[in-house]
Design a protein around this ligand. Sequence first.
Ligand SMILES: Nc1ncnc2c1ncn2[C@@H]1O[C@H](COP(=O)(O)OP(=O)(O)O)[C@@H](O)[C@H]1O
Ligand SMILES: [Mg+2]
Length: 362
Amino acid sequence: MINEAAVKEALGKVQDPAFNADIVTYRMLRGVEISGEDVLVKLDIPTHAYPKTMLRELQKRIEAAVQPLGAKRVTVMHEVVTAFHPAPSDKATLKGPKNVIAVAAGKGGVGKSTVAVNMALALARHGAKVGLLDADVFGPSIPTMLGAPEVPPSASKDSKIIPAMHHGMKVISVGFFVDKDEAVVWRGPMVHRLLTQFLADVDWGELDYLVCDLPPGTGDVQLSLSQLIPIAGSVMVTTPQEVSIVDVVKGIAMFEKVEIPILGIVENMSFYKCPACGHTDEIFSHGGGKRLAQEVGCAFFGEIPIDTRIRFGGDAGVPIVIASPDSDNAQRFMDIASQAALKVAASVLSKPKRSPRLAVIK
Ligand SMILES: Nc1ncnc2c1ncn2[C@@H]1O[C@H](COP(=O)(O)OP(=O)(O)O)[C@@H](O)[C@H]1O
Ligand SMILES: [Mg+2]
């Protein structure tokens, strides 16, 4: 008979390939069932975006750890249980979304909204329940980028805002409620009230991730959001050249002050590969994002080249992750989404378990 305690001890030494930590410390081992010479190992995988190649590697490692104990057949079953970013004791947890991921940049026009939209859709394609909050109240571009909604936003009987549905994803933007050409001067307290409403009065329902597209720079929205809800982390978007990098450094410094962890950096518009002749041109220079990540000591999530289909997808309301899901550049967004989700999960699982505390956002 195979000894259960010995199996568990062996599993305690199995390193997870995505987190480089053991599966017991990272609360991924749900249980073990032994029947004769058969061993069933049940895992909790902390994100839908956990890469399939790593899952196969983890299975191999588990088999290799358990087989020497006399098991003839080792079966690994897994279920995704999204790791939940709990609120620190001084902050209210948002009801519904388990993890809030902000997408930020130092400057406008670097592709922050493009990354936010494609990353949110990529997380959804990985299988997660995702919402998108357009927190760029000064220049909401999400409604244009996502086109006409399948279901427009509405109000419920109990006066909650029901988000619009775009490509199966819940979306809220000030652009739904304010005319596109109407110039709105949002002052600090108004921004705070509006964001409070988007967080407290929107019926988000259960979500694994709420992706927030922030305005450029370091202003009222960043401050209000950091005060209102626990943000699991931020993805910083930059173009390769120095002027963009300098502004991202300022953004990182501000986020550190308000205790929003930096998950990683994405370099957008990294290069242009001519589809006709295959020549590659580094229009905005190259490699700045990677260097910055090394300097500030955070992860580099990858490069997105300049691609007409990315621009067209944004203008036509069908982002590349949906329009050409098998293209290389859609794959890059899938990979960035996966890395961001793994970082969020790691930040939750590397700390002792805290139960989520629900409170009312005032
Ligand atoms: N990698 C890319 N290739 C081609 N066009 C891009 C790319 N990233 C962004 N764009 C385009 O650049 C413009 C600005 O991008 P946007 O995401 O709105 O920037 P931001 O939110 O930072 O202001 C948009 O028209 C968008 O479609
Ligand atoms: Mg934008």
